[in-house]
Design a protein around this ligand. Structure first.
Ligand SMILES: C[S@@+](CC[C@H](N)C(=O)[O-])C[C@H]1O[C@@H](n2cnc3c(N)ncnc32)[C@H](O)[C@@H]1O
Length: 281
């Protein structure tokens, strides 16, 4: 295996001070990076999309695991460090300079299945996550998607919202829109001190795999439903869903008490409600 210089040396050699504007917080602990790369399971020979490789800490771990990596980075200052990795792992790494929010990932990956691993600025990470959850090419019923798993670093509070169960304040739209056709788990917590510079908040890695798509449910309708229900989460459903034609009658028809609040409604119940409204509609 290629012998690589320590990441801190690479950063110093290429003058890569972390840019606040680009949301850069780098990871240097190679053992931690290897553990993150192991979250999706064996990656040997598999296609991986990494967004925001920066100086390439996670990229190295993925290459060591034998993955075939396509990495999208918008900070051109990082490209020379990434080019060194391309040389060290011939034929295993392809670096694309660009904004991941503006690229068609399925096209970039040649229409082949791929795992996604990423440590991104939190705002970009959440925007991409919502887009990946919408399925291939952002089309709501393109399920299963081309991605086989998403292993993503989030601010811990957002990670908890993704995996949340009913009954608590973390449970909301993000949990329902993730869990209705995916399995999501909190894979590991990452202390803020692991980053350079350390961010203000704690982080966590979430791992998501696509599950079977429930039949007869219009994804857009489910989105509208959760928006209305959680938009007024303290109110009873009969109040918060008043603006959605047929919703209150459908609640009664499927045996959900309209006096309940959104945060008590399970993902399965939201799916049943969306199915009833889809059939009506
Ligand atoms: C939090 S840093 C992490 C870097 C590296 N993955 C690590 O763990 O050390 C995020 C990286 O994402 C890049 N980035 C930010 N927004 C991006 C976007 N829209 N498209 C591609 N890369 C982006 C930044 O330039 C930065 O290198």
């Amino acid at each position: 295996m290629a012998e690589l210089p320590p990441l801190r040396k690479v950063i110093a050699r290429h003058g890569l001070s972390a840019s606040k504007a680009l949301g850069q917080n780098f990871l240097f602990d190679e053992q931690l990076l290897d553990r993150i790369a192991a979250v999706p399971g064996d990656l040997a020979g598999k296609q991986v999309l990494e967004v925001g490789p920066g100086p390439g800490g996670l990229t190295r771990a993925l290459l060591r695991a034998g993955a075939r990596v396509t990495a999208i980075e918008m900070d051109r200052r990082c490209l020379p460090a990434l080019a060194e990795l391309e040389d060290a792992f011939p034929g295993q790494l392809r670096v694309i300079e660009g904004d991941a929010l503006k690229l068609d990932h399925a096209e970039l990956m040649g229409g082949e299945p791929f795992a996604v691993l990423s440590n991104l600025p939190y705002n970009v990470g959440t925007a991409l996550f919502v887009r990946w959850l919408a399925g291939a090419k952002g089309s709501e019923n393109a399920w299963p998607p081309l991605w086989t798993s998403l292993t993503l670093m989030f601010q811990q509070e957002v990670a908890q919202r993704i995996v949340a169960q009913p009954g608590g304040s973390a449970y909301g739209r993000l949990a329902v829109l993730t869990q209705w056709r995916s399995r999501a788990k909190l894979a590991m917590k990452v202390h803020r001190s692991a980053f350079t510079p350390p961010p203000k908040v704690m982080s966590a890695i979430v791992h998501v795999e696509p599950a079977e798509m429930p039949e007869g449910v219009d994804a857009r309708l489910l989105e509208r439903l959760t928006e209305a229900a959680f938009g007024q989460r303290r109110k009873m459903l009969r109040q918060s869903l008043k603006g959605m034609p047929g919703a209150v009658a459908a609640l009664e028809a499927i045996g959900i008490d309209p006096q309940r609040r959104a945060e008590t409604v399970t993902v399965g119940e939201f799916v049943t409600l969306a199915r009833a409204l889809t059939a009506e509609g």
